[in-house]
Design a protein around this ligand. Structure first.
Ligand code: PEP
Ligand code: MN
Length: 343
């Protein structure tokens, strides 16, 4: 951290700043220039409140040098971290292969999820998604089948071999969901539910963590840090669009976060073009764009009968569209030195 003093700061004010720095358990290194003095602060600045220094008399501004997250930061990780979902190496995020997670928004019934899983498998996608616990804006809307839904997902996994990704809503459900799921999803509305993040960090299944719909990247990576710091290194980030003034899509899918996050963090980054746009007809183009800009995976809503889906039908593609998309993705992947071969 660098504390920049005002040009008219007195020696007493500089001394006050160096005393504060020492009280914080850090070392100070004042550098006296021709126009002003700066105090370099040496040590782990993440543990201190820079605002205290910024408010001290004679201080112009405080510049942080380190990112406020330690384990999530790219720093000396040259390679993106690889996170494997399920048994074997058919679904690895962060390597050359770019896996596709597909399936309905919600687990609706035993037959529906089984048919969806078979369609996902036939299209060549790599994992099955489906919510058993649904975070709904309206309390009267379908809330998911809970544990029964988890059992239906597990049966679909048994039938197809596809690993399953499903959302957990509360810390008290983490144990139950992790008993069935191959990967726990943390939804956008829960992305700063710090107790849930910690609980997911204390269990061993990988976590697909969505970005909050009004979260900055700095806040996002600090939230991911909660899971890493609690002991689980298997975190996959997932951009699903943010709230803006734009109204031609449900959310604004900010694809520039992919190369930006790759600079800031070693964690793999998945794009969800379904919640990102809210419109099924935009999903193929945005999936290919996401592949082109370097995403490490895709999470796509696919329903066997979107018109009759209980949730998010308007943004769900059909099995036929998913099949065509998988072929297109395989071609785009080659152009960016990746692969997207059937799982
Ligand atoms: C979902 O994946 O169906 C979902 C509820 O996503 P989000 O948290 O991104 O809205
Ligand atoms: Mn959904």
């Amino acid at each position: 951290m660098i504390v920049v003093m005002r040009p008219d700061a007195t020696q007493a004010q500089v001394d006050h700043v160096t005393n504060l720095v020492r009280e914080m358990g850090l070392k100070d290194h004042p550098i006296v220039g021709t126009d002003l003095t700066v105090v370099a602060v040496i040590g782990d600045e993440r543990k201190v409140d820079g605002d205290v220094l910024e408010r001290a008399p004679g201080v112009n501004k405080v510049m942080r040098v380190l990112a406020p997250y330690k384990m999530a930061a790219r720093t000396d990780h040259t390679e993106t971290t690889r996170v494997t979902i399920g048994e074997g190496d058919g679904c690895v995020f962060g390597g050359t292969q770019v896996p596709v997670i597909a399936g309905p928004c919600s687990v609706e019934g035993e037959q529906e999820i089984l048919a969806a899983a078979e369609a996902v498998k036939a299209a060549g996608a790599h994992a099955l998604r489906g919510g058993a616990f649904k975070p709904r804006t309206n309390p009267y809307a379908f809330q998911g089948h809970g544990e029964d839904g988890l059992k239906m997902l597990a049966a679909a996994r048994d039938a197809t071999g596809l690993p399953i990704v499903t959302e957990v809503l509360t810390p008290s459900d983490v144990e139950l969901v992790s008993k069935y799921a191959d990967c726990l999803q943390i939804g956008t509305r829960n992305s700063q539910n710090f107790k849930l993040l910690e609980a997911c960090g204390k269990q061993s299944k990988p976590v697909l963590m969505k970005r909050g719909m009004s979260m900055t990247l700095d806040e996002y990576l600090q939230a991911a840090e909660y899971i890493l710091a609690a002991g689980n290194g298997n975190v996959i980030l997932c951009e699903r669009g943010i709230r803006t003034f734009e109204d031609h899509t449900r959310n604004t899918l900010s694809l520039s976060v992919v190369p930006e996050l790759h600079e800031r963090t070693h964690l793999p980054i998945v794009i969800d073009p379904s919640h990102g746009t809210g419109k099924a007809h935009l999903v193929p183009a945005m999936s290919k764009a996401a592949m082109a800009c370097g995403c490490d995976g895709l999470a796509i809503e696919m329903h066997i009968d979107p018109e009759h889906a209980l949730t998010d039908g308007a943004q769900s593609i059909t099995p036929a569209v998913l099949s065509d998309l998988m072929e297109d993705l395989a071609r785009v992947a080659v152009a960016v030195d990746r692969t997207c071969v059937p799982g």
